[in-house]
Design a binder for this molecule. Structure first.
Ligand code: BGC
Length: 743
């Protein structure tokens, strides 16, 4: 232990020695703080809450607050906390800094689609800098849940279906948030979530139970968490649901055994919102005292509470012998250690003037623009329609094309709509006087059948335009398209249709969007479809009938500018899909890394009515260059378990324009002590190549890439076997070689 950490430990122990059990319970309690007017609408649960929280602050019974983003409010509430607390311990402010605070970056699934850990790290460093300046010390991010069922709305918050990509993205995000170590200036603590398995909700229904096999847990769902812990994450958040019959927030196995025991995590664990309280609702804990005692005993250190915290009953739990005070002290120690390391005990207040400067830093907008450029995935480009070659007139169509709120995506609260660049703005700015740009929404916004709890925030639900004449507007859009040289049609999901509590039973384009697209395509004007989404949507018709399709996701504050950069060829697209894109909802979950199983020759014909292959495979995406792979070689063709083999492959841009490519490496184990996936991603590199340029890339494959969790022996193994290696631009790569292990 370094001198520094000894000093921290001594300081923390001295505080704990002076604290009452109630004060300790207070340090372990985190409250939402919303200044919302009283209402009967969704979210009414939060009204009247400020008074309750301020009373608790004044009694020194709050360890952390969430949802305060105004630096002046941070200081006011901090004063209440510090003065209400005889030990002067400040409150740690946490927030869902998911993809930016003021500068909104592309949504996380888009960032993952960049396959660019560097840009991901830079993006979260910007988010951290803004949050820290505003007084927020802790992000409830990254969400590192593997998501294989796009009906689940939170697929937008993660890195998709694959554990290898997921782990790389998780580590990059933690590095971006935290910098070199917890407490680095301009950085904040990362809180990877939701531990664990939350993405596998039954039927894709958010919050429903999860049942995962031992093999899926260790080989697929846990690796991104492990990577986040290894990257030094200071916090972990639990999950809401039952995992294999045990509520994740009360799971000793998950928290004490795997997280702390096997992985040696030494940060603190926070529950998801109300999840400790809900151990009772789950039919697990008898009452709130039992819920609190069980959560702390399992390994939860802090309760995120809407109100009526179970942890307020911890003193009774200790009195009743349900919980050992030493166990409670260990939790308090972890929380206070984080506070000391974050500098909260020395400088609890924030510089409001500086916050204004940091939040408006133009350098942050530049990072957001680059991130959005690098996230875009070109799905189709028949006849090289893109990049656009000086069209004289452009029709921009669709209600999402000029929506400032929707282009930002879900999970943002502190955005600035005035500085947000819509697709229409971006096209207009880029085209300048060179082209006539005309806009028509074509249809009115679609709505959810059941409102979102996030609709309680202003501007989150789309407004129905007054006096909108459906027939006339559709006709106007069609006319604009007919008269233009090219039509850019922006379709997708409104942002309140994706995210938490935004599961869907269908993947169709909501509302009248497909009909709008079909009417525009029928004009004969070349159409570029821009998809604004956080999950795959049913694009079967478009994939056959629309010449160019660009997935722009929810690209953020600078989204429209970045989309224009890509469309006009100022930069080449180079993102790749972080999930297999299904044809239809009936196919989900569809993944590339399925085992070979019975009758592999007919893997694509498992249904009699529709191909069972994806519409676009995992890892797929085009660019303005055209890439060829050659010279797949190994530095040796035989290794022993524990050794490393290095794969080399040459990528050539055989196209006429510069472009970006993500070279990918997949492995298949031919035989061994378990059936293994037909392919598994084990390496990737994104490169920019000029027309005609070649580059040789190297991928080391060592024990980390070759081992897997064997469900029979319940341990990691490296089998004696032959491994096929595939290299290429997506998960269907055909260039192949092989090596043996241990033979
Ligand atoms: C979500 C978490 C989030 C928390 C605080 C919960 O409902 O599941 O991901 O961090 O709310 O906003």
């Amino acid at each position: 232990m370094s001198v520094h950490s000894t000093e921290v430990a001594e300081r923390v122990d001295a505080l704990i020695a002076r604290m009452s059990v109630a004060e300790k319970a207070g340090q372990l309690t985190q409250y939402f703080y919303f200044n919302l007017p009283p209402s009967d609408e969704p979210g009414a649960v939060f009204s009247g809450q400020p008074a309750m929280v301020e009373t608790a602050l004044a009694k020194g019974e709050v360890g952390s607050l969430l949802f305060v983003t105004d630096p002046a409010e941070v200081n006011r509430l901090q004063r209440l906390a510090v003065e209400g607390n005889r030990h002067g311990i400040g409150v740690l402010f946490g927030f869902d800094v998911v993809h930016g605070l003021r500068t909104i970056l592309p949504v996380p699934i888009a960032m993952a689609a960049s396959w660019d850990p560097g840009v991901i790290e830079q993006g979260q460093a910007v988010a951290a800098r803004e949050a820290r300046a505003a007084g927020i010390g802790w992000a409830f991010a990254p969400m590192v849940d593997i998501a294989r069922d796009p009906r689940w709305g939170r697929v937008v918050e993660g890195a998709g279906e694959d554990p290898y990509l997921g782990a790389a993205v998780a580590a990059a995000q933690v590095r971006g948030f935290q910098g070199d170590s917890l407490g680095s200036p301009d950085r904040i603590m990362a809180g990877p979530k939701h531990f664990a398995g939350y993405g596998a909700a039954l039927g894709g229904r958010d919050y429903d139970e999860v049942n995962l096999s031992d093999s899926e847990l260790w080989n697929v769902y846990l690796p991104p968490f492990k990577a986040a812990v290894e990257a030094g994450a200071g916090n972990i958040m639990t999950a809401y649901m039952d995992l294999n019959g045990i509520p994740a927030t009360g799971s000793h196995w998950l928290l004490a055994e795997v997280l702390r025991g096997t992985w040696g995590f030494d940060g603190f664990v926070v529950s998801d919102a109300q999840a400790v309280h809900n151990l009772r609702t789950h039919g697990f804990a008898a009452d709130l005292t039992d819920a609190g005692a069980r959560a702390v005993s399992a390994g939860v250190d802090m309760e995120m509470a809407v109100g009526d915290p179970a942890f307020a009953h911890l003193p009774q739990a200790i009195e009743a012998g349900l919980l050992d005070e030493e166990v409670l002290d260990a939790s308090v120690r972890r929380v206070l250690t984080a506070k000391v390391r974050m500098g909260l005990l020395d400088q609890p207040y924030v510089d409001e003037e500086r916050a204004r400067t940091v939040l408006s830093d133009p350098a942050h907008r530049a990072v957001a623009r680059t991130a959005a450029q690098r996230s875009a995935v070109l799905l189709r480009n028949e006849g090289d329609l893109l990049p656009l070659t000086s069209p004289g007139s452009i029709a921009v169509i669709g209600p999402l094309a000029d929506s400032r709120r929707d282009i930002l995506g879900p999970w943002v609260f502190d955005f600035d709509l005035d500085e947000t660049v819509t697709v229409l703005d971006g096209i207009r700015n880029r085209a300048g006087d060179g082209a006539e740009v005309r806009y028509a929404p074509g249809i009115r916004p679609a709505h959810r059948t059941f409102p979102s709890m996030f609709d309680m925030f202003a501007s989150n639900a789309p407004a129905d335009p007054a006096g909108f004449d459906d027939d006339a507007e559709l006709a106007r859009a069609v006319t604009l398209a007919r008269e233009a040289d090219v039509a850019l049609v922006v379709l997708g999901e409104w942002q309140n249709m994706i995210g938490e509590a935004a599961s869907r039973s269908s993947l169709e384009l909501p509302g009248g969007q497909l009909a709008l697209l079909q009417a525009v395509v029928a004009t004969g004007t070349p159409v570029v479809l821009l998809i604004m989404n956080g999950r795959p949507l049913d694009l079967r018709w478009a994939a056959e009938n629309v010449p160019a399709i660009l997935d722009i996701w929810y690209p953020g504050t600078q989204g429209g500018a970045a989309v224009a950069d890509v469309l006009f060829g100022d930069v080449a697209p180079g993102g790749k899909l972080p999930f297999s894109w299904p044809r239809t909802v009936g196919q989900v979950p569809v993944i590339y890394s399925h085992t070979i199983s019975h009758d592999p020759g007919n893997q694509g014909r498992r249904y009699w009515d529709e191909a069972s292959t994806p519409l676009y495979p995992f890892g797929y995406g085009l660019s303005y260059g055209r890439f060829e792979y050659s010279d797949l070689t190994l530095d040796r063709d035989q290794i022993q378990a524990g050794q490393t083999v290095t794969v080399s492959v040459t990528v050539t841009n055989a196209g006429r324009r510069a472009g970006d490519e993500v070279a990918q490496l997949y492995l298949r184990q031919r035989y061994g002590s378990a059936s293994r996936p037909s392919r598994e991603l084990k390496g990737f590199q994104r490169v920019t190549l000029a027309a005609g340029e070649s580059r040789t890339l190297r991928f080391p494959l060592g024990p980390g890439e070759l081992r897997y969790w064997n469900a029979a022996t319940r341990d990691w193994v490296i089998d004696t076997t032959t491994i096929d290696v595939f290299a290429g631009g997506d998960s269907t790569a055909e260039l192949t070689t092989s090596f043996t292990v241990g033979c």
